[in-house]
Design a binder for this molecule. Structure first.
Ligand SMILES: O=c1[nH]cnc2c1ncn2[C@@H]1O[C@H](COP(=O)(O)OP(=O)(O)O)[C@@H](O)[C@H]1O
Ligand SMILES: [Mg+2]
Length: 211
């Protein structure tokens, strides 16, 4: 390591993971290992309500609030499942679909709502927002197409993963963390983020844009 290289002499970029969803925390850590960032937990801080009308707005609300609270850059994800036969439901409201209380109940409700439905097309969408304390925002999006299964398969992942079928016949819950990152919506959004931050990018100078 040459001390004359300013990038290598920078301390690691500290980034707050602005989610209280444990499934997402695991995926953030796995996906970002290798970037050299120091990921900081959200701690006791409660994120504001998702009052936006798009995934990007919701992710921005969460990331900006966490960044303001901590004085550090903060990374948030807003994501959802869109089922073609339900006109894109649950979409933005995936986390509270049918007012069901947990992932298991929401999956049962989804199966109920799609019983005897022939068109099983579904897609997962993730939007990641990295917000800096000075108000600068970066946004990355990823999507994956699949088929709603007739019943749950697999025990990995979280949320609707056991009901989300991939072209190879497996459900998203049957993939390892690495496999889900390679084909999944959040993994694709992370790929875009990592591409923009390749070369061990140091904290961005105020006012300039990274992507
Ligand atoms: O990778 C995924 N697999 C399965 N379900 C997911 C995935 N990503 C998001 N979801 C579902 O969509 C919901 C999106 O939640 P949202 O991003 O609004 O807030 P959350 O971080 O509070 O859960 C999750 O609670 C989960 O049910
Ligand atoms: Mg949401």
């Amino acid at each position: 390591m040459s001390p004359s290289n300013p990038e290598l002499s920078q301390p690691p970029l500290r980034v707050v993971v602005a989610t209280s969803n444990l499934g997402k925390v695991v995926e953030f850590e796995e996906a970002l290992s290798g970037l050299g960032w120091q990921l900081e937990p959200l701690g006791d801080y409660s994120l504001p309500e998702e009052t936006g009308s798009t995934y990007a707005e919701n992710a921005m609300i969460k990331a900006a609030a966490a960044s303001l609270h901590t004085g550090l850059p903060a990374l948030a994800d807003d994501s959802g499942l869109e089922v073609a036969a339900l006109g894109g439901e649950p979409g933005l409201y995936s986390a509270r679909f049918g007012n069901r209380k947990d992932d298991h109940e929401r999956n049962l409700y989804l199966l109920e709502r799609t019983r005897n439905v022939q068109d099983r097309r579904a897609k997962f969408i993730s939007v990641l927002v990295l917000a800096y304390p000075d108000g600068h925002i970066e946004e990355y999006r990823g999507e994956v197409d699949g088929q709603l299964l007739e019943g749950p398969r697999g025990v990995g992942g979280f949320g609707y993963d056991p009901l989300f079928g991939l072209p190879d016949g497996r459900s998203m819950a049957q993939l390892s963390l690495e496999e889900k990152r390679a084909v999944g919506h959040r993994g694709k959004a992370f790929d875009a983020l990592k591409k923009a931050h390749a070369h061990g990018l140091p904290p961005r100078p105020t006012g300039s844009k990274v992507n």
